[in-house]
Write a protein of this length. Structure first.
Length: 427
């Protein structure tokens, strides 16, 4: 039986607000986005079809039971370290399949958010800034979708594969609703995406043309942030309907479904691969629940078994299909787990030194950046901040993290100016 959340923090129980209410406050237009891309790289980026795939291990995966094992130490826990396909790099024995793909993967073992709060740490990891009461910053997916948007793709650029189908987030901040994430599911393809019975494609096209004409006349006189959100979301829905087969994992061979696993994460990773093959700029999948305040070891056996199968298969497929060279793959989490094992055999929140993994586009494979001390209690080498990560993500896909947004005449840095790219990690 799976563990339930032991953490009772508020962010685990906040209900989603309505779509219009979320986005209206962040629908300011951003101009000058061509400056996000190094001019010399713009044509090359467009030709290569660069993209980003993020796998978020929600709740805070334990670095000890994943990418930075410390067997035989006071905090190490019961699991052993195993060798990988890269000599000298070891991971936890719970990741045997991932270990065989390590020649495609690099690790950062010294990430520090300096926060043990789920929402605040996650914000830093995904947006590269500390959360501010006076400003909101875009999700990495929104910036990628905007920065890599060549205007030709029929697919939305920012998709979250989730069990919460149809939800829309205000995670694009000042970039506007076009680059906010759209959530899609894995069961039965895209819901409500077929035309009603008896309606032909011709009739539907006529309906859409009339709707656009009416919207255009209305917007000329009464345009607001809310109406922009409505129009943009409707057009994206039409695009999704036209490409509904892309979202149907039942079209995959049964043997491929078995390779990824029948877990939710397995299905999500298989769908993510389909989206990568169909020119979606940014896809995120999420695996939960790693918030193991009790029974940490039993829980990680189950969770990492699902992750190991799905993730290793995904990396193998992307490499074999020639997609890994143009796809940046991120394995993220909001923070790690405490070195100290508590009385419930759990590990608590720990933002002061944990691990993430990267692979693919722009990343030197088979590298390890940073190190914790022997007991995993302190960073011993090369502290990496969320701002550093953000700079590195963007540089890896050819975007300039030191450029700025022009928001109503005010310059807003694309990435936190305190961050620096991890040069030794970039290919």
């Amino acid at each position: 039986m799976k563990c339930t959340y032991a953490c009772r923090s508020a962010e685990h129980s906040i209900a989603r607000r309505s779509f219009l209410g979320q986005v209206a406050g962040g629908a300011c237009a951003a101009t000058g986005l061509s400056s996000l891309v190094h001019p010399a790289n713009a044509a090359q980026i467009a030709a290569q079809g660069k993209r980003v795939l993020s796998i978020f291990l929600s709740g805070g995966v334990s670095q000890f039971e994943s990418f930075d094992p410390k067997p035989g130490t006071v905090n190490g826990g019961p699991f052993q370290a195993i060798p990988t396909s890269v000599p000298g790099i070891h991971v936890c024995e719970l990741l045997p399949n991932t270990a065989q793909q390590m020649h495609h993967i690099s690790l950062i073992r010294s990430v520090n958010t300096n926060s043990n709060n789920h929402a605040l740490s996650r914000y830093q990891i995904e947006r590269g800034h500390n959360k501010s009461p006076t400003a909101d910053f875009p999700h990495i997916g929104s910036i990628v979708a905007k920065g890599l948007d060549d205007g030709d793709s029929a697919m939305p650029g920012h998709i979250h594969v989730s069990t919460n189908v149809g939800a829309r987030k205000n995670d694009s901040a000042f970039l506007g609703p076009k680059y906010g994430s759209i959530s899609v599911g894995t069961n039965g393809g895209l819901r409500n995406s077929q035309l009603p019975g008896g309606m032909t494609a011709t009739i539907n096209d006529q309906r859409q043309a009339f709707r656009r004409q009416a919207n255009h006349r209305f917007l000329q006189r009464r345009r607001t942030a809310e109406t922009d959100v409505y129009a943009e979301s409707y057009e994206q829905a039409v695009q999704l309907m036209a490409n509904r087969d892309v979202f149907d994992v039942t079209k995959e061979l049964e043997k491929d479904v078995e390779r990824y696993g029948t877990s939710d994460l397995g299905k999500q990773c298989l769908l993510a691969r389909r989206l990568m093959e169909n020119e979606v700029s940014f896809v995120q999948v999420s695996h939960t629940n790693y918030d193991t305040h009790s029974e940490n070891f039993n829980f990680h056996i189950e969770q990492l078994g699902e992750f190991d199968q799905a993730f290793s298969t995904l990396i193998e497929d992307l490499a074999e299909r020639g997609l890994l060279e143009s796809t940046l793959v991120l394995v993220l989490t909001e923070f790690g787990r405490t070195p100290r094992i508590n009385r419930k055999y759990g590990r608590d929140h720990w933002g002061k030194g944990f691990s993430i993994a990267l692979a693919g586009c722009g990343i030197q494979p088979g590298a390890v950046i940073g190190a914790m001390n022997k007991d995993g209690t302190e960073i011993a080498e090369r502290e990496v901040t969320p701002a550093d990560l953000f700079h590195t993500y963007l540089r890896a896909i050819g975007l300039d993290p030191r450029s700025e947004f022009d928001i109503g005449g005010r310059s807003v840095p694309l990435a936190d100016p305190t961050g620096n790219e991890i040069e030794e990690l970039l290919a």
